[in-house]
Write a protein that binds this ligand. Structure first.
Ligand code: ATP
Length: 509
């Protein structure tokens, strides 16, 4: 773990040093859990958003997008349940004065038990070698079974306590002897519920000012526009509405970089289906979304599903797609079968019918909804953590290389004249002019070529094009591949093809 912490610190430092992500308001010592994206970060973020949007909206004839406002009528948050129930259980350590989420303390405790299980598996793997049957081991080894029972039992008790009585959750923390990671003490306050919504005032002083909320999710903007979109697009159930945009949550514990922010961006899609078919669609979207994550070349074992035992008030099935961050497996995306809860609530609170007339069934109903909800910043973090590599090269030197999937890399091509004379810069500029309309290109003529390659490695540019004397003679260039560092000689006219060939095809997902 120490190694992972070290690695995580290096990643955060790299993200800052190379213009991916800066702490917000840094010259004023920052603002907790708020971050700014720099010149490379914004490209990465835009590329992820666009990859998501294309695969959801462009590739699905029955999904359209919208962009609803962040400010919405305050009654929406009453109807959705956020005013009354969008709470986290908060607990303070009296000695360190640090604040925690009670459920996270318990989940971290369970993650430690899971580490023990993994150690047992590793040990057994070594002992049995090729004949090791993992499945059999985890289902029969008494120690592993005992650990698993402990996890299930603990989470079950926690969920029951969160639902019924917070004092039981505190008792559980005490019984498990969970200590504050900072002070090491077990001197805890009682647990209190804390509403995560930010509020502000709308209207000038002379008018009657009203409290409104900064949206804590983009989904409600979709629900309240459901009929507008359905009618104007003449969509038939099943169909979906997608949206990306900022969401705000006053998170109790804001650590772990852009994993948990107070202002962040979501990419959500609400899929409206016939009542009774929602579980089928839930399974469908689970599969499709997992394929989307794996389409980018990150190994499958870095992702897993985590089905919810405790369901939110609106859901009848829910799962998370978790990613193995440097601090363990954590939620990256949520897939929820939200029933007809939201539309029904809005129908009740607004007094407007939220029904759909199904021409095939010849009847009206409130559709059921399956939602896919992914954090854009968390996806950036997943990408950066996976991509960050420190490599020792054959000559003993080291390089830091961001192995971002080419389609997501901030810059696709670096164009480098070998030397700053003999017509090479002019030729390089000429090549850049033909490519920059289609690809983000960066021109660099400063320093030795090796150092320029390293700079591009550090920001994840997948292709470096070097212009040399031969280029001036026969219109060929050297293309250097970031990951293999291999170099090939190709015609200038071939560059765009080679680059495109390395992009993921949306047809595969
Ligand atoms: P968590 O349990 O980690 O707080 P959640 O279950 O509340 O997350 P959802 O309400 O399902 O999250 O939100 C959907 C997605 O939005 C999450 O999977 C995550 O990627 C992203 N997200 C939620 N809260 C934050 C946050 N504070 N900072 C960054 N991303 C977030």
């Amino acid at each position: 773990m120490a190694n992972h912490e070290e690695q995580f610190k290096k990643l955060i430092a790299h993200a800052k040093e190379y213009g991916f992500i800066f702490p917000s308001s840094e010259i004023y010592d920052g603002l907790a859990a708020v971050y700014d994206y720099g010149q490379y970060g914004v490209e990465l973020k835009n590329n992820i958003r666009q990859y998501w949007w294309k695969s959801m909206v462009q590739m699905h004839e029955n999904i359209v997008g919208i962009d609803s406002a962040i400010f919405m009528h305050p009654t929406i948050w009453k109807a959705s349940g956020h005013v009354d129930a969008f709470n986290d259980p908060m607990i303070d350590n009296k000695d360190s004065k640090k604040r925690y989420r009670a459920d996270v303390l318990i989940e971290d405790y369970c993650a430690k038990i899971e580490d023990k299980i993994n150690k047992e598996i590793e040990k057994a793997e070594k002992r049995f070698g090729d004949s090791f049957d993992r499945e059999q081991f985890v289902t029969t080894n008494p120690r592993v079974l005992e650990y698993q029972r402990k996890i299930t039992d603990t989470l079950h008790r926690m969920n029951a306590g969160l639902e019924n009585n917070l004092a039981d959750v505190k008792a559980l923390i005490e019984e498990l002897e969970i200590a504050c990671p900072i002070s090491g003490s077990r001197n805890w306050t009682d647990i209190r519920q804390f509403n995560l919504m930010f509020s502000t005032q709308i209207g000038s002083l002379s008018e009657e000012a009203n409290t409104i909320y900064l949206r804590p999710e983009t989904a409600q903007g979709i629900f309240v526009n459901f009929l507008n979109v359905q009618k104007t697009s003449r969509m038939k159930v099943p169909f979906g509405i997608a949206q990306t945009g900022k969401a705000f949550r006053n998170e109790i514990v804001a650590r772990q970089f852009v994993f948990r922010m107070r202002e962040f961006e979501q990419m959500e899609m609400q899929f409206f289906v016939r009542p009774g078919t929602e579980i089928e669609w839930f399974e469908y979207w689970k599969k499709v979304r997992m394929e989307w994550h794996q389409s980018l070349g990150i190994p499958a074992e870095k992702f897993r599903f985590h089905d919810h035992e405790k369901l939110s008030h609106y859901a009848n099935a829910a799962t998370d797609i978790q990613f193995e961050f440097l601090f363990g497996f954590k939620e990256l995306e949520g897939i929820h079968s939200r029933t007809d809860f939201d539309l029904k609530q809005h129908q009740e609170f607004s007094g407007k019918k939220m029904q759909y007339f199904d021409p095939e069934l010849n009847e009206s109903y409130i559709p059921y909804v399956v939602e896919t909800s992914i954090g854009l910043d968390r996806t950036c973090l997943a990408m950066l953590s996976y991509a960050y590599n420190e490599e020792v090269l054959d000559d003993g030197s080291t390089r830091v290389v961001m192995k971002l999937p080419p389609i997501l890399a901030p810059y696709k091509i670096a164009i480098l004249p070998l030397v700053k004379k003999d017509g090479m810069p002019e030729k390089a500029r000429e090549i850049m002019d033909t490519l920059k309309q289609d690809f983000m290109c960066q021109y660099d003529e400063k320093d030795a070529i090796g150092r320029r390659y390293r700079r591009q490695d550090a920001i994840g540019t997948p292709f470096c094009i070097t212009v040399d004397t031969q280029t001036l003679e026969d219109n060929t260039v050297t293309i250097r591949y970031r990951d293999s560092m291999q170099q090939d000689r190709i015609a200038i006219s071939e560059i765009a093809n080679v680059v495109r060939k390395n992009f993921v095809s949306l047809h595969n997902i």
